[in-house]
Design a binder for this molecule. Structure first.
Ligand SMILES: [Zn+2]
Length: 494
């Protein structure tokens, strides 16, 4: 077998192991009985161990070195570069640290669950302190050249620069605060959507919309789980989930559109490259751009509901009679500062993210420590959103990320909004009748545009290179901020 074939086999086996681990995770969230958890954790740990040893194998180092001297095609070079990146990062972290992080995170997660249930930060604090120490150490081991925070962020947003993020976020923060204050002063009051929305009809309606977005049911499925998510096992097997609430159809529906956006990205990866690093999303931020663009910019637009609102009213007879189309569009875009990130609207969401980003950066650079968190948290909430949590469960304990060692992850949520708005701005220039397509319920033009420009590219370009290539300029906050300004000025008559 020649060197390139050996490389392909190596890469494919790593991909298969990851796919198997994902199906175990999906099964755990969707259908596994509760008592299955303990042994399932062991099964997944075994798989993770096998993947890790394949990735750090000295024979792989040798193979990668030898291939450096071969005459490779462009795509092969991308695959080589990506696998080398993963290989070298994995090599730099000592196995003892990997194991300790896994063990401490598992225990920390349990303590976080209890701490949140009892709204008692002290239960979680010692474990979070340990996690932060371990993450600081991990960043020192990997040391990619920039700050420790930038090194940790690389796991989720490869090649992202902290300086670029800082420049963009520092522009977003004051503009969002200012917009929020203007909305707060508006006399416009959205009406309530509360009613009775049978789950079966919610499911059927959501599926109709997913179909119109181009979600391929022969290569994907929709199930229910406590926490909605999307996992792509392969481009031909993409699973999304949702959860329903009887008195409010909107949570499940916008959740489905959101996960559907993620799902389209996974289904759109070039299956000819399956088994290679290039057949993967380029970053979590870019992934989130796909979900937020569909959920908010399309799914909460007036144009979209011109087509779908009559059908929604038919699906739930009598429930929405008191709302005109304009009332409805205002209701699904209601802005109001709230304590919980996952329930936040489009305007306040970015502020929830920016405060987490600022806090975790200080944690990693040693400027603050775990015991400082509740106070730091509450003050920032007050400063940015004008509200103060009355307990830790609705404040610093609300998100699971830190308990699992996910530090540097939060910024990807806001990057998603920014990438999404910048992409849609270019898409609407390149698809001149995009708005009338949306108004007639035809989403195929946008889906195709995203497929060609974003999905099939996979990891061949980093997210920042991809944005520049598609839109002709570097990441800019302007598109997102202008979009919000325009939309909410109209809705709230500012
Ligand atoms: Zn998402």
């Amino acid at each position: 077998m020649d060197k390139l074939d050996q490389f392909k086999l190596w890469s494919q086996e790593l991909t298969h192991l990851r796919g198997i681990s994902s199906i175990l995770a999906w099964d755990q969230e969707v259908i596994m009985p509760p008592l299955g958890a303990e042994f399932r954790a062991q099964q997944r740990a075994t798989l993770a161990g096998i993947s890790h040893s394949k990735l750090v194998d000295p024979a792989l180092s040798e193979l990668l070195d030898e291939l450096e001297n071969e005459d490779l095609q462009e795509l092969e070079q991308v695959n080589l570069r990506e696998l080398r990146r993963q290989h070298e990062k994995a090599l730099r972290v000592p196995e003892t640290l990997v194991r300790e992080l896994a063990e401490v995170s598992a225990i920390a997660y349990e303590h976080w669950v209890r701490a949140r249930r009892d709204s008692d930060f002290s239960v979680f604090e010692p474990w979070l302190s340990r996690i932060i120490e371990l993450k600081r150490e991990e960043a020192r081991c990997i040391a990619l050249g920039g700050s420790s925070y930038e090194t940790l962020m690389d796991e989720f947003e490869p090649s992202a620069k902290e300086s670029q993020l800082e420049a963009v976020f520092s522009k977003v923060r004051p503009r969002l605060i200012e917009l929020l204050q203007r909305i707060d002063g508006s006399p416009v009051r959205p009406k309530s959507l509360e009613g009775v929305y049978p789950v079966k009809e919610q499911d059927a309606f959501g599926r109709k919309i997913l179909t119109s977005m181009g979600f391929d049911w022969n290569a994907g499925r929709l199930d229910t789980s406590p926490h909605p998510f999307c996992v792509g096992l392969t481009p031909n097997d993409v699973r999304i989930t949702t959860r329903h609430t009887e008195n409010d159809f909107s949570r499940a529906l916008f959740g489905m559109i959101h996960e559907g956006g993620h799902g389209l990205y996974e289904q759109g990866l070039d299956e000819a490259n399956y088994g290679f690093p290039v057949c993967d999303s380029t970053s979590l931020g870019m992934h989130e751009s796909q979900s937020r663009l569909w959920e908010n910019q399309i799914g909460r637009s007036r144009s979209f509901w011109e087509h779908w609102y009559p059908q929604l009213r038919k699906a739930f007879p009598g429930q929405l009679d008191h709302l005109s189309l304009d009332d409805f569009v205002l209701a699904i875009n209601q802005v109001s500062p709230s304590l919980i990130r996952v329930e936040a609207d489009e305007v306040t969401y970015g502020l929830h993210i920016i405060m987490r980003y600022e806090i975790e950066k200080k944690l990693i650079s040693d400027e603050i420590n775990a015991p400082d968190l509740p106070d730091v948290w509450d003050s920032k909430m007050e400063e940015y959103l004008g509200i103060r949590p009355s307990n830790a469960a609705d404040g610093v304990l609300q998100d699971t990320h830190w308990s699992q060692g996910l530090i540097g992850y939060f910024p990807t949520y806001l990057l998603g909004n920014l990438y999404g708005a910048q992409l849609l701005n270019t898409a609407s220039k390149e698809i001149p009748d995009l708005d009338s397509q949306t108004r007639s319920g035809n989403m195929s033009g946008l889906k195709e545009w995203l497929r060609v420009n974003v999905h099939t590219v996979g990891r061949a370009l980093s997210a920042s290179d991809l944005i520049s290539k598609i839109t002709g300029e570097d990441l800019s906050a302007n598109y997102f901020l202008d979009y919000l300004d325009e939309k909410y000025s109209e809705l709230y008559r500012l």
